[in-house]
Write a protein that binds this ligand. Sequence first.
Ligand code: NAD
Length: 337
Amino acid sequence: MSQSIAVIKGDGIGPEIMDATLRVLDALECGLNYEFIDAGLAALEKHGTLIPQESLDAIEKYGIALKGPLTTPIGKGFSSINVQLRRHFDLYANVRPAISFPGTRSRYSDIDMITVRENTEGAYLSDGQEMIDDGNTGISVIKVTRQGSERIVRYAFELAKNNGRKKVTAVHKANIIKTSSGLFLDVAREVAKEYPEIEFQEMIVDNACMQLVMNPHQFDVVVTTNLFGDILSDLCAGLVGGLGLAPGANIGEKAAIFEAVHGSAPDIAGQKIANPCALLLAAAQMLDHLGMNEKGDAIRHGIRAVLETRRDMVTPDMGGTGTTDTFAQALVEHLTA
Ligand code: NAD
């Protein structure tokens, strides 16, 4: 049975890395049909809006979108498209694997962990921001709910269970932010009892930062609230060599959007030197989500093989002398050999 997905090529380097990614998905014969939809600058020029209703309808219809990076115009009153998509589809789980790959400049090897960040509440509320006292005092509300905490912690445990992972670490600041972070920790402890086969660890966020830098191999799945997750997931990307290899999924009950963590890189757009790895790894996450785990693994193993053996085909940011297209070509050759 074939599956249809919505595809947003994106702005800047988006179309280059998306073409490379689709070439690899086609070579793997994933049986996917693509409906190309507009968003970002391309949509603004064509439809006068950053996300046309037809694009939202297509994501809703298929439930799955693969998305290139989008440029949010600065200083024109536009709010981030990514935030809009997250809110529109209630994409509550931001799931970011951090995996070591060969040939990358990083402090550690053999890191294989996933951060699961609550994506809809916490400190990132649009209506919880206020300036008072003639602009001399800023107020930001942190809102954490039992329901929001329960669904994100449960998501993390289910992810661990279904992927043979052994441990979930809940990161919090319940010792100081006793209300919101305290509630998150209480709920995490309750949910953890339902998964006795998975080790549960709790860690205060400042210690978690130090532990991630000093001894990252102790982590497997990390679950946390919005602000801490935003910071920790970038820290984890740094541990494995930066954003060029960082994929992310935004997952809700009715839709899931898979993307590279990096932006549209306008400084190198059109030069065909953008590294397609992050979007390829996001596509691998999408295949896992669709139950095609073997094909997802094939992409991850293939990237590893290309980075190890085909330096001439790898993009310059990874120390190679190749292009976006030669990387895709080397990966396709590996997957179809
Ligand atoms: P960026 O991630 O686009 O670029 C930062 C640096 O990393 C640049 O030097 C760029 O050349 C390099 N880089 C990024 N991706 C690369 C790749 N695949 N291969 C090689 N080098 C790569 O961040 P920025 O410059 O701050 O943002 C540019 C635009 O992207 C902004 O409009 C921003 O709003 C948008 N953005 C979108 C997303 C998204 O859609 N998920 C995420 C972040 C930023």
